[in-house]
Design a protein around this ligand. Structure first.
Ligand SMILES: [Zn+2]
Length: 308
């Protein structure tokens, strides 16, 4: 196994949130754009209550998705043809481009104990799986997408760590090659909140299959660190204990958008989720004390780069 945590720590915790982008509550839904008055404010409250907790904000460079499910129903019902079209309206190009939202970028850059990482360029794709940005493109197309995503973050002045959670979890082999070539430190693709916890559990739910569910590992022929997600708001505290008792990484996932077009994200950031996490983290602090490494995906990938 990789040496992925300090020797004096028995287990670790990280917390990541997907879909951060500048949308405000005056848009179709809020995704961080209301700053401390919106969902990010709730996240800051949680960070305040737990001074060792860190968060990774997976942020999209130029978000264009409005609905994650097809709204052009007739077109969506025609096999093959539907794969060639966007099946829901998109935001106009550059409306959510980070380059056009300096106040939002400054807010993210200055959030305490928060690191920013990549969550795609547009967060859309043609066909039925709208949010799954990386699908059947060619390697050259992946290169273009990743290059433009990185360019926008640079140009907008985002203080970013070199890791990505691919939208909709999907990380095809040729994407991993591109990420390796562009010196990404980590990818967070696998998410499994159901497989029972054992030390040799592997991902069987979303994203890269068969990678370890409790520990970081190497993918793409050892070229890049993979960090799994194994817990969300609907998971029980026993699952968290089982992960920690196996010396694993309790990797908690949330999504920034709670409700969009009548679809409610079970792991969307709201008062109830934040209160649940507050209670969960309090129990862990009391039961495990200093045995826990409170860390972030960026820190873990740095540790791995240094000690392996
Ligand atoms: Zn997403």
């Amino acid at each position: 196994m990789l040496n992925w945590k300090p020797q004096n720590k028995k287990a670790a915790i990280c917390f990541t949130i997907d879909d951060i982008h500048p949308a405000k509550s005056s848009d179709a839904y809020e995704a961080g754009g209301d700053l401390e008055k919106g969902a990010l404010g709730l996240v800051m409250e949680l960070l305040n209550r737990h001074p060792k907790l860190k968060v990774t904000l997976f942020t999209t460079a130029n978000w264009r998705e409005i609905s994650g499910t097809p709204t052009r129903k007739l077109l969506a019902s025609i096999p093959f043809l539907r794969d060639k079209f966007y099946l829901a309206k998109r935001w106009p190009i550059d409306k959510m481009n980070l380059e056009n939202h300096p106040e939002f970028v400054t807010f993210l850059n200055t959030m305490e104990r928060a690191e920013i990482a990549y969550h795609g360029l547009y967060h859309v794709h043609k066909g039925m799986k709208i949010p799954v940005e990386f699908q059947n493109q060619t390697k050259e197309e992946f290169q273009e997408i990743v290059t433009e995503m990185v360019r926008i973050f640079d140009s907008a002045g985002v203080n970013v760590v070199k890791g990505i959670c691919p939208p909709g979890w999907n990380a095809p082999p040729q994407l991993l090659e591109v990420l390796k070539e562009q010196n990404f430190n980590f990818v967070a693709s696998a998410r499994d909140i159901f497989t029972p916890i054992t030390s040799d559990a592997t991902n069987a739910m979303s994203g890269l299959m068969d990678v370890p569910l409790l520990y970081p590992s190497k993918v793409a022929n050892g070229g890049i660190t993979h960090i799994p997600s194994n817990f969300q708001a609907t998971s029980r505290i026993e699952r968290a204990r089982a992960i920690l008792d196996n010396g694993g990484l309790l990797s908690i996932k949330a999504h920034m958008v709670k409700t969009a077009f009548g679809i409610v994200a079970l792991d969307g950031v709201d008062d109830i989720y934040i209160n649940y996490l507050d209670a969960l983290l309090t129990v862990i602090e009391n039961e495990y004390g200093d045995d826990i490494w409170w860390t972030s995906m960026g820190e873990i990938s740095n540790h791995i780069a240094q000690y392996n």
